[in-house]
Design a protein around this ligand. Structure first.
Ligand code: SAM
Ligand code: ZN
Length: 285
């Protein structure tokens, strides 16, 4: 069974502190001239349902198990090809979905989001995620994969660049601070010499190749290398950064053209590594 169709994954998120934080940030950044919202990859509606109290929201997801919890209008569909007309929602959002897509699906999904919105995109993805540090290895078939199936990482720059013909209006990082990235050689030793991987407990991990969900035989301890990593972080003054990135972007008006000589957004000083949950990091025009 596809991981996203497992019923036990869904219905428990709505009161989680990080979901509440996301709802608060989204409510703050959604512009005043928005009435209708399409939430693509809405999952169990933990965010969708909350936004539905204030806006007219439609959720779409490819998991029927997740959609059972959605209380707004809900549509079973694939982000790569959506059954909505061009410009049919004031704002199209997607939270924590794009990092799950391979290159081709990512390009197709983004072009659908850009096609369907009348004006705004609101995209949230993990901020500079250290994908390598969350790798697991299937004890049954040997596949190495990210514990949640993430396939891609994002910086504000990379995400904004991918939103062709849209201009960033608000760029925020928020949420719990995550530890600094593992140095690649240390990670290599941990995986290939120690044979030790990310602890999958409570993460509903599932092998993307053979479907295995039992990772009990996978080694997860990292005592010595964990100490080395902490020492490197301390000596290099490496500090953590917020887990989430959210970008609000607006369709460029005709004739506005390339904005690359004049970045329309900036990261606030001290934002990376600081506790700046929800802080506004883009100055409005
Ligand atoms: C990590 S959940 C995020 C749920 C919710 N948006 C949130 O922020 O909590 C990712 C969701 O994206 C959905 N998804 C993944 N690929 C999809 C696709 N191609 N089309 C539609 N939904 C997709 C999954 O079914 C899952 O519900
Ligand atoms: Zn496997």
């Amino acid at each position: 069974m596809n991981r996203m169709e497992r019923p036990e994954i869904w219905g428990t998120l709505k009161d989680a502190p990080d979901i509440r934080e996301k709802i608060r940030v989204f409510e703050e950044v959604i512009p005043d001239d928005v009435d209708t919202i399409l939430d693509v990859g809405c999952g169990d509606g933990a965010i969708t349902n909350a936004l539905g109290r204030r806006w007219t929201v439609t959720g779409v997801d490819s998991s029927s198990a997740a959609l059972r919890h959605v209380t707004t209008e809900a549509v079973l569909g694939d982000a790569r090809s959506l059954p909505f007309a061009d410009g049919s929602f004031d704002l199209v959002m997607s939270s924590q979905m794009l990092e799950h897509l391979d290159d081709e699906s990512y390009a197709d999904a983004l072009s659908e989001l850009r096609r369907i919105t009348r004006a705004y995109l609101l995209i949230s993805v993990p901020f500079r995620e250290d994908l390598g540090s969350r790798m697991i290895r299937c004890p049954r078939c040997g596949l190495q994969q990210h514990v949640w199936g993430h396939l891609r990482g994002f910086t504000p720059e990379s995400l904004i660049r991918d939103l062709t013909d849209f201009e960033a209006r608000d760029v925020r990082t928020f949420g719990d601070l995550q530890p600094p990235a593992w140095p690649a050689p240390l990670l290599w030793v941990m995986h290939n010499i120690y044979g030790s991987w990310y602890p999958p407990e409570g993460q509903h991990a599932q092998c993307a190749r053979c479907g295995n969900t039992d990772f009990g035989a996978m080694r997860t301890s990292r005592p010595f290398l964990g100490l080395v990593k902490r020492a490197i972080d301390r000596i290099g003054f490496r500090s953590g950064y917020p887990f989430w990135l959210a970008v609000l972007a607006r369709r460029q008006l005709p004739g506005q053209g390339d904005q690359s000589d004049r970045p329309p957004w900036r990261l606030a000083r001290g934002q990376v590594g600081g506790s700046v949950a929800g802080e506004r990091v883009r100055e409005p025009r």
